[in-house]
Design a protein around this ligand. Sequence first.
Ligand code: HPA
Ligand code: ZN
Length: 336
Amino acid sequence: MSHSPNTVASEAFLRALPKAELHLHIEGSLEPELMFKLAERNNIQLPYANIEEVKKAYDFHNLQSFLDIYYQCADVLRSEQDFYDLTWTYLLHCQADGVVHTEPFFDPQTHTQRGIEMGIVINGITKALKDGHEKLGISSKLILCFLRHLSEDDAIECLEQAKPYLHHITAVGLDSSELGHPPEKFERVFKMAKDLGLKAVAHAGEEGPPEYIYQALDIIHVDRIDHGVRCSEDETLMQRLAASQMPLTVCPLSNVRLKVYDHMSEHNILKLLEFGLNVTVNSDDPSFFGGYLLENFTALSEHLKMSEAQAAQLARNSINSSFLTAEEKQALLAKA
Ligand code: HPA
Ligand code: ZN
């Protein structure tokens, strides 16, 4: 696809770009409509009377105010079919947006703590991912995230419970409340995961300081940094990230909704790109933050005047930063 350095990227241009999504919490794609359907299916009383009330509750002032509601909503997910429906609905959005490859996160502890078995969660998600590949042509890898507000022993127990399903899992990640829970808290469990052949990613530098990004790199040895936008406060770190081409999975709409930035026009993603960092665009928790991948891209065109050339670079970065093989990446890049 030819692209111009000066033309602002249109929605049609952005949809046609082959894109990978590398930062997506599958529980964060639970739309209010499906939440009500699952609540009825499972005989659960929701604290909301209707969809309008749910949407009104999605008025967040920081990460924690979002997480409190996000964990509450996940309670409707009970059976393998529920996890299948959740994942399949997300994959239909991928198809609509021109996402050709996706690497979703899931939070097993959110479910096992409620008595839902690991196998129910993983089988439901992976059956939908398999259908996504066969019926929609969307490839995928699955990432198991540890909840950082819980203890490292809890994360080790979670990894233990996942052992029968490791053939379905490509990487481990680290999410939930960042401040006060630095990557170093999880040094042992990330070492165990690496020894099992898993890759590693971690949320760092969303609300947390640049120091957490250094820890993610040097103590838990991640292959990608999730968010990472606060790296711009540390010039040495910026240089290092640029030199290593460490991927940053940036989530523009999420950052504005959680008040990391007051307005999209203040977002630093294109400054990071122009500095030479390997940044990508992602939707994080699209049902809660007002948009799937394409809407994250179009917001950058609208508020930051992202050019076609910048958009094409961001899309290439996403495919190159995935956990696909070199041959698989080449095949997807050739579609551009
Ligand atoms: N940050 C941290 N944890 C999360 C997020 C996020 O944006 N979304 C879901 N869990
Ligand atoms: Zn996230």
